[in-house]
Ligand binder design. Structure first.
Ligand code: N01
Length: 548
């Protein structure tokens, strides 16, 4: 009997407080959760999505800090599954702000009437595989438990903010904010002495705007970062029309590219051209702005010598923008190759350090010792503050999943199974956890690709897989342990062919979280190659999975 027959409507079952019976439960109502809900409902599966927030949006619901906006051109950072949706929505800027992206996701939720099957304000606290029933039982912190055949993590890769590992936070008498959990009310910074700790993408987006509002801003930097200007601009009607006229070809290109973006990566090595030509190309890429800078040559992410030319170019740009030589010295990245960490895309980041009200503290030279009632004490001095902003990042990729108590076959626990790092087959399933899927999980291209492209590919793959299960009267599918081991080795090998593991403080490696095992988590072999491989797996009877 199709699982959809268990209950006719996902929402109907919650009203009496009994266990909610559905075919599929999805954790998260961001880009991935919304599309999963739409796609699976359309395929006739009763589906419920659960989210801690009080509305849709996922990462775009929480990250409301000043300056939060997309670092991929938003026209390319959109759903592609429905041409009518594509024509119905207009972006106002090349790189839309967080409120506009959140409006877009709300528009999507309305258009497909998704909210009626989303349980907001609800967290899954535990998930346990019931071997006899071949179903997952989910405990929540709000309302009915859920029983589902398939359990899908659409939890996002960057959704668990890293707790501050600095002493004294509780003693601080001023205001504390996290970029990843920015409040919904207006945060007034005018006239205040503000600190930002962290210079990753979030800090680099927030710093210029906070500097404009605050009386004084002190930036606490541990690792100097490369950043390329976004060159944001209005997304004109003409530009919009040009893209829309060519939509299908652009989308196809995105899907056939290594990173899910629609731009070409140049074919030549940075070492194959003259210095003059190299500089000309870098200058053009800098002027154009955005992540496309990484595509200026074919081998910036694979050849250290080539990468040095790009890193040197950006270092020279920092010298040319920032006036104070000591500030230049601190801001100049030296300990990792360009783009071996996710390169931030900024608006006026380096320029901000020329402002009279901005100071930079080198936390490597003078480590933060503690937060005091009135500020931050480094080994050098105490900085008096009214506000501290933590832009210190996330427990990436595994954090959101490990926040739940997940118990698989024979009482195994995901926390124990992943104690030495995540182990997955294709970033889609974990051996020992049948019928549980991860969208953009560790071991898949995820954060190395344009996220909506990766999300749509995974959603379609999972929908097809569980459709296949229903069609063939199957009720249980589980990744093979050896297939997962081989895939893990391939993920390592793919990372080893790039410079990505060379940034030894990167969140790709889990190195930003004290005590987290250092395992390179995303799949660096490329989005198109990955999609081809996973399609072949499906075509070959779900090779590497056991279904029955
Ligand atoms: O986090 P991060 P993020 N004391 O981990 C520092 C995506 N994103 O939120 O490098 C002092 O990159 C830490 O220092 P170090 C994007 O994929 C996208 O900025 O570990 N400093 C680092 O400087 C991005 O990569 C957008 O030495 C401490 C910073 O805090 C990912 O999210 C916008 C510290 C953390 O940087 C994460 O970005 C924003 C400590 N105890 C984010 N702990 C878009 O544009 C950490 N740091 C769409």
């Amino acid at each position: 009997m199709p699982d959809a027959m268990v209950e006719s409507s996902a929402s109907k079952t919650t009203s009496n407080g009994a266990t909610q019976q559905v075919d599929v439960a999805v954790v998260g109502a961001g880009f991935a959760g919304l599309y999963l809900l739409h796609r699976l409902r359309k395929a006739g599966f009763t589906t419920v999505a659960v989210d801690e927030a009080d509305d849709v949006g996922g990462t775009w619901y929480w990250n409301r800090y000043p300056g939060a906006r997309c670092d991929i051109q938003t026209i390319d950072y959109s759903y592609t599954f429905d041409p009518e949706l594509e024509s119905a929505w207009k972006w106002s800027e090349k790189y839309a702000t967080q409120p506009e992206i959140l409006r877009y996701l709300g528009f999507v939720a309305d258009r497909y009437d998704l909210r009626r099957d989303i349980r907001f304000h609800t967290r899954i606290t535990a998930a346990t595989w019931d071997q006899a029933a071949e179903r997952w039982r989910l405990t929540t912190d709000n309302g009915a438990a859920i029983s589902c055949r398939y359990y899908i993590m659409a939890t996002g890769c960057l959704s668990s903010p890293k707790p501050p590992e600095i002493e004294g936070v509780k003693d601080f008498k001023g205001e504390i904010y996290f970029t990843g959990r920015w409040p919904h009310h207006e945060v007034k910074l005018a006239g205040k002495r503000v600190a930002v700790i962290g210079t990753g993408s979030s800090g680099i987006q927030a710093i210029p705007l906070i500097a404009e509002q605050a009386a004084h801003l002190t930036v606490f930097q541990r690792t100097a970062n490369y950043s390329v200007p976004a060159r944001n601009a209005p997304f004109t009607a003409e530009a919009q029309a040009a893209v829309k006229a060519n939509y299908r070809a652009i989308r196809e290109k995105m899907r056939s590219n290594i990173n899910g973006h629609p731009y070409d990566i140049r074919k030549e090595s940075a070492l194959e051209v003259t210095e003059q030509e190299r500089l000309r190309r870098y200058e053009a890429a800098w002027e154009k702005g955005g992540l496309e800078f990484r595509g200026a040559f074919s081998d910036l992410l694979t050849n250290k010598e080539s990468n040095d030319t790009a890193s040197d170019f950006i270092r020279a740009k920092i010298r040319s923008i920032v006036k104070d030589p000591e500030t230049v010295r601190i801001l100049t990245p030296t300990d990792h190759p360009f783009a071996s960490k996710r390169p931030p895309i900024d608006t006026n980041y380096f320029e901000t350090f020329n402002r009279d009200n901005v100071a930079l503290v080198d936390v490597r030279a003078a480590p933060i010792q503690e937060i005091t009632p009135h500020g931050i004490r480094t080994s050098g001095r105490e900085h008096e503050l009214d506000v501290i902003v933590f832009a210190t990042g996330f427990d990436a990729m595994t954090g959101p999943m490990l926040a739940m108590d997940i118990t698989g076959t024979e009482g195994r626990s995901l926390r124990q199974d992943w104690a030495a790092g995540p182990r997955t087959y294709l970033g889609l399933q974990v051996p020992g956890y049948p019928n549980m899927f991860t969208v953009t999980g560790p071991g898949s291209p995820s954060v190395l690709a344009n996220m909506p492209v990766a999300i749509e590919q995974h959603t379609q793959w999972i929908a097809r897989c569980i459709g296949h299960m229903r069609e063939h009267g199957l009720t249980r599918i589980e990744a093979d342990a050896k297939a997962a081991e081989d895939w893990g080795a391939h993920v390592n090998e793919a990372a080893g062919q790039t410079l990505l593991p060379k940034a030894n403080h990167s969140w790709y490696l889990g190195a930003n979280v004290p005590g987290k095992p250092r395992v390179f988590m995303p799949y660096a072999g490329g989005m198109a190659r990955y999609a081809k491989f996973t399609d072949e797996v499906a075509q070959n009877g779900y090779r590497g999975f056991h279904a029955r």
